[in-house]
Ligand binder design. Structure first.
Ligand SMILES: Cc1cc2nc3c(=O)[nH]c(=O)nc-3n(C[C@H](O)[C@H](O)[C@H](O)COP(=O)(O)O)c2cc1C
Length: 345
């Protein structure tokens, strides 16, 4: 029997794992001390860095946290990837760098699963797919509850059939990458609808995600049947967030008015602010992580130049409500608002 239900009952506001440096140990600690559940993001990080971050969080006496891992997928067609390299030529010239090699890798999958089995962290969550049942069991035997992110009822049913202790239902509003096992079969439903459908279909606890910017948003997902809610964009501008300064500024920039799903940066659909790069590369192919590796030097150069037009500015549809308050204040505010809406966060 997993401890997931107890954790989520006690701490139903979950800070989303945010890869790329945003989910710092400091952010996790601040959220957990304020009464929420925190998440480190293992995606893109070397296993040694993940181990360091877990040690840092544990060293501060924080225990209500999880670690999120990217599930690897199939390699893309090299011809399609080469085509996009041509399209990136002008971008590379603009920033005076070369595109990266379009490598296909599994983000050190085996090493990360071995590490997490050794560490036995309270929760391990997955995105981009559902691991085999034996991977889930290894982690559960090591003491972890396992959560799989889903975008449809079918994905939720598969995850629970394989033994997941819970699912994170990611609505269409969500910032960052879509969790879909197969991007072509993304449910893309508004969070309230998805949560209601998934909670009606599986016995396991459902964490609702997508567009949770206020306690009222959280209350709506809890009303729809979620056991807890997961918020990412609401924490992006916090001082404890490791998002780049230009990303934080862009979230409050009146010139950037909306979000869209784009494959332009990584080859996998992700929601971010509509900037120059998104607008100029509307037809990027389905090729993750090849495109991620190809655009990385461009994104890094744009960030060094403080040019938000060339950066991946992940953001959910509710981004305008993100504040630069400390994470503890964001948690406290959401809880007060939820109480006004009759919910406990
Ligand atoms: C900057 C950023 C990075 C993200 N990285 C991850 C990640 O590494 N793993 C993951 O499962 N979800 C990731 N997500 C998605 C979140 O888990 C969650 O679905 C989303 O933030 C919820 O929607 P919201 O942003 O509207 O709160 C990320 C989201 C953002 C905004």
């Amino acid at each position: 029997m997993s401890h997931l239900s107890d954790l989520l009952r006690e701490r139903p506001l979950v800070q989303a794992p945010m890869a790329g440096g945003t989910s710092t140990p400091e952010l996790v600690e601040a959220v957990v001390r304020a009464g929420g559940t925190g998440f480190l993001a293992a995606g893109y990080l070397a296993p040694e860095r993940v181990e360091e971050q877990v040690a840092q969080v544990r060293g501060r006496g924080v225990s209500a946290f999880g670690v999120n891992v990217f599930v690897p997928g199939p390699a893309a067609d090299p011809a399609v990837v080469e085509g996009y390299r041509g399209e990136l030529h002008a971008e590379a010239e603009r920033y005076g760098v070369e595109p990266g090699a379009p490598a296909h890798d599994d983000d050190a999958w085996d090493a990360k699963i071995d590490l997490l089995e050794r560490l036995g962290v309270p929760v391990v969550s997955f995105t981009f797919g559902c691991p085999d049942g034996n991977v889930l069991r290894r982690l559960q035997e090591a003491g972890s509850a396992v959560v799989v992110s889903v975008t449809s009822v079918d994905e939720a049913l598969l995850a629970v059939a394989r033994g997941a202790d819970g699912v994170c239902a990611q609505g269409a509003e969500a910032g960052g990458h879509r969790a879909a096992f197969d991007p072509a079969r993304d449910g893309n439903l508004p969070a309230v609808e998805l949560v209601a459908a998934v909670a009606g279909a599986v016995e396991a606890p459902v964490i609702g995600a997508g567009g949770v910017m206020t306690g009222g948003d959280a209350a709506a997902l809890l009303d729809a049947g979620a056991a807890a809610v997961q918020a990412g964009t609401a924490f992006l501008r916090c001082p404890e967030s490791g998002a780049r300064p230009a990303h934080k500024r862009a979230l409050a920039d009146p010139a950037l008015t909306g979000t869209a799903l784009t494959r332009a940066f990584t080859g996998r659909p992700a929601r971010g602010l509509v900037n120059r790069f998104v607008t100029e590369h509307p037809e990027a192919p389905d090729a993750y992580p090849e495109l991620h590796h190809m655009t990385r030097p461009l994104r890094a150069a744009a960030a060094r130049a403080g040019d938000a037009g060339g950066m991946a500015l992940w953001a959910g549809t509710g981004f305008r409500r993100a504040t630069d308050d400390p994470a503890a204040e964001v948690v406290g505010r959401m809880r007060r608002e939820a109480a006004l809406a009759g919910a406990r966060l």
